[in-house]
Design a protein around this ligand. Structure first.
Ligand code: GRF
Length: 222
């Protein structure tokens, strides 16, 4: 057996996606070792989730920093202490500098609440509803300097129904986030998805391209 993939998770808030990775690690479903959880906010609930799991936590507040470059340099120095093979953005509400992104190229992933390339940026649920879309979802992608634009590893879709609100959509999308993110992390940890020349190279993934899962998909079979 090879060593589990060393992971650092960056958060700013609830950390429900972090929890799915913790659960997957603890249950033996994910061959990962979450070495640390880092938050830019001391009040992020995800820090409690990490502590409850016995994972070291660190708070690096962005307050008091003159600019992003200095913050990101200190963030990188902190992350590097744990020598991660993968850095997971799980609701980390900061735009990262190109230098930070370049440092972790191919080792930095994010989950975004839309079916990219549609609806980059914030308030995706509100915008999907305002446009009358019939479908919404989330995307796990490798991070590149351009915001919410990196190559997609997996997407999950949910139907938009007439009585949906931003909150109901948020909840439906999060249910699928909690399936899609562990799946993408497992593929990377198993060496089945990697960034190669700006594209995701898949091995033993159906059709060799980013799948779109939904509520009925048996993700354990993927
Ligand atoms: C998720 O909805 C994700 O799409 C976005 O930030 C949110 C994080 O939620 N990037 P949580 O902190 O994992 O609950």
């Amino acid at each position: 057996m090879s060593e589990p993939l060393r992971v650092v998770v960056l958060i700013s808030g609830s950390g429900s996606n972090l929890q799915t990775l913790i659960d997957g690690q603890q249950a033996g479903r994910l061959p990962i070792d979450i070495r640390a959880v880092v938050s830019n906010r001391a009040d992020a609930y995800g820090l409690e989730r990490a502590r409850a799991a016995g994972i070291p936590t660190h708070v690096l507040s962005h307050r008091g920093y003159a600019d992003r470059a200095h913050y990101d340099a200190d963030l990188a120095a902190l992350v590097d202490e744990f020598q991660p093979g993968l850095v997971v953005l799980a609701g980390f509400m900061r735009i990262l500098t190109p230098a930070f992104v370049a440092r972790y190229s191919g080792r930095l992933i994010n989950i975004h609440p839309s079916l990219l390339p549609a609806y980059r940026g914030l308030r995706t649920h509100e915008r999907v509803l305002a446009d009358g879309c019939g479908e919404h979802g989330c995307s796990v992608h490798f991070v590149i300097p351009e915001l919410d634009a990196g190559p997609v590893i997996v997407q999950a879709r949910v139907p938009v129904e007439p009585n949906d609100t931003p909150e109901s959509l948020h909840q439906k999308v999060q249910v699928q986030e909690h399936r899609a993110y562990p799946l993408a992390v497992r593929w990377i940890a198993e060496g089945r998805a990697c960034l190669d020349n700006g594209e995701v190279r898949f091995q033993r993934v159906p059709d060799g391209r980013p799948p779109v899962i939904d509520a009925d998909t048996d993700i354990d079979a993927l």
